[in-house]
Design a protein. Structure first.
Length: 299
């Protein structure tokens, strides 16, 4: 077996992290075809196939899984050791990779990240939008941003962005055709734009007032899996929509949408930044966490 050096292993780890040649190529700054050739050369030197690849999928072989399990922790330790050198610099540097749902990225993460970058110009921030819940460690992310109830219990969390509340909205024309609901039960029988998670679960609209908590399995002829599309559908008169207040604030102010059941939609903490508890946070992430907790992050 010919010698394999750390650069070869970093190619394999990037592919194993993403299970995608195109995403791994973006991370490494090369083309997918050159990455595929590089992996093939590694496999030839090792004399064993590490990855099964088709036109539609990428998966580790048993040998690839065993190699990944052995070398990934070592590379994490190396990255942590190099990152520790940041403490000897006047300002943090390096790349921070975040995974966030679309709503979390737009409402909470992006505004804070842009203010952070103005204060720490030597840091690079990459935000990957993905509505599916993923293993952020295995996928090579430093942290994620999601609603608190969706985060695994073994993660460390900190609140990011302002408090949130939902809003039930529709166009003025809609309310010329249907009566305004005064309680959540009034939603039954009215056309609502439903939201289905990528897991297949249909979201039930949640309400609270005076200690009474309700969740309603609304009905409607249109179901979407993206909240930006839900905004467009609501503006198009497709029905009532249940969205983050920040997503429709401008439309409400302009009169394009009308809000109902506001008293049934209280504020709650909102989005959380989370990262694994089983390893030390990189210096750049520690600086970002410190920044999130300062008044500058909220202005």
């Amino acid at each position: 077996m010919k010698r394999i050096d750390p650069a070869d292993l970093s190619i394999f780890i990037a592919i194993a992290n993403h299970l995608s040649f195109s995403r791994a190529a973006v991370e490494l700054g090369v083309t997918p075809s050159s990455l595929s050739h590089a992996l093939r050369a590694i496999e030839e030197r090792l004399g064993v196939r590490l990855v099964n690849r088709t036109t539609r999928s990428v998966a580790l072989t048993e040998a690839g899984q065993r190699l990944y399990a052995r070398v990934k922790p070592a590379f994490l330790d190396i990255n942590d050791a190099i990152d520790d050198l940041n403490r000897f610099r006047d300002t943090p540097s390096g790349t921070l990779r975040f995974n966030a749902s679309r709503a979390a990225a737009k409402i909470a993460l992006l505004p804070v990240a842009m203010r952070f970058l103005r204060q720490y110009p030597d840091v690079t921030v990459e935000v990957v939008v993905d509505n599916a819940m993923i293993d952020i460690v295995a996928s090579g992310f430093d942290a994620g941003v999601r609603l608190g109830e969706t985060i695994e219990a073994d993660m460390i969390t900190t609140a990011i962005g302002p408090r949130q509340r939902f809003a039930v909205v529709a166009t003025p024309d809609y309310f010329e055709r249907y009566p305004k609901p005064h309680t959540p039960e009034d939603l039954r029988g009215q056309p609502c734009i439903r939201y289905r998670f990528l897991s297949g679960v249909m979201y039930r609209w949640e309400f609270e007032r005076g200690g009474i908590e309700l969740d309603v399995d609304v009905a409607g002829s249109l179901t979407v899996s993206d909240q930006d599309i839900m905004v467009d559908a609501a503006l198009g008169g497709a029905g009532l929509a249940y969205l983050f207040e920040d997503q429709v604030r401008e439309h409400l102010a302009a009169g394009r949408l009308v809000r109902v059941l506001e008293e049934w939609c209280p504020f709650y903490p909102g989005f959380y930044l989370y990262y694994p508890s089983r390893r030390q946070a990189p210096a750049g992430l520690r600086a970002f966490l410190d920044f999130v907790r300062t008044p500058a992050a909220k202005t």
